[in-house]
Design a protein around this ligand. Sequence first.
Ligand code: GTP
Length: 371
Amino acid sequence: MNSRDTSVDKEGNSVTSSVQALILVGGKGTRLRPLTLSAPKPMLPTAGTPFLTHLLSRIREAGITDVVLGTSYQAHVFSDHYGDGSDLGLNLTYVTESEPLGTGGGIRNVYDELTADTVLVFNGDVLGGTDIRDVLSTHERSGAEVTLHLVRVGDPRAFGCVPTDADGRVTAFLEKTQDPPTNQINAGTYVFDRKVIGEIPAGRPVSVEREVFPSLLAQGRHIQAHVDDAYWRDMGTPEDFVRGSADLVRGIAPSPALAKPCGESLSLDGADVASDAVLIGGTVVGRGARVGSGARLDGAVIFDGASVEAGAVVERSIVGFGATVGAHALVRDTVIGDGAQVGARCELLRGARVWPGVQIPESGIRFSTDV
Ligand code: GTP
């Protein structure tokens, strides 16, 4: 790649026109069901804005304005919300797969829309703190055809583990191995020379992690790693979604979309929170949501229009749009679907998922025998 073509726009922000971004947002988000029945995962609210807005703001902050969204599942939700992207200072276009083509197929599917020689590809469900410009610089310096962002994590077993040599070249791709040789994992951000995207098989599902990268390595092609310890979280599961949302509120996860960290909790416009309710652990109370007297919310994500009644306790859980948690209920490590009603004194624990619209009567589910 040639050195980047950078100019300054009328607001004084730098713009890198030789780089385009592609964000993959076409997945069904099955692990976050039932929340993803009504909205695609990147559009679920985190700290008052769709999750994807945090990533789009980071891309804009790095001076990249041309962004393609690779959509499939509920594609219209993205275009209805973002339109042409001008509100975020972006030029957004959409390419939709009628059937999901997987991560590699989704990248190949936008090939005809790409004009820049360098393409930054993002998984649309990653909350990250890495400076995107540093990843691009690594790509530029090394002369690689593909550069992968890797992060070092405590336990790499649940992720794609990526060993590198002394020069930072990727040597292997080990998906979810029990015996990882390194703690460097695939962070879901890639820089591609555009011509490499044209080599991905077209018209069929392809996984970039399981097929494209291993095949490039088998051909002896140069894949470089950009390794760091920046904030990183894949928001794919309820546990990670709750943690990521809380980290945004508390300023642990940086986002240019948030003016400033909010502290222990964030109550959005029109939220009605009783003065003696306790909101801690990065809790978010959505627009028009209600929290009753004496309720205790710790690391809770309360979507717009939901209601937590007096004396209820909600910990590390998500309460969907318009759902209700009844008085003195206990909700811990649980996902409550949109419009569901959890009766007073229910106890929902340890990974419970309440489907949208379901009504659980008073004391209808409990984990204890006292009444
Ligand atoms: P799960 O079903 O819970 O695994 O979630 P997911 O469907 O989002 O899959 P995964 O978390 O592996 O996807 C990583 C990123 O790639 C997400 O941002 C997805 O939206 C995106 N993605 C996954 N599959 C496809 C696809 O077939 N096409 C496109 N365009 N994007 C995809």
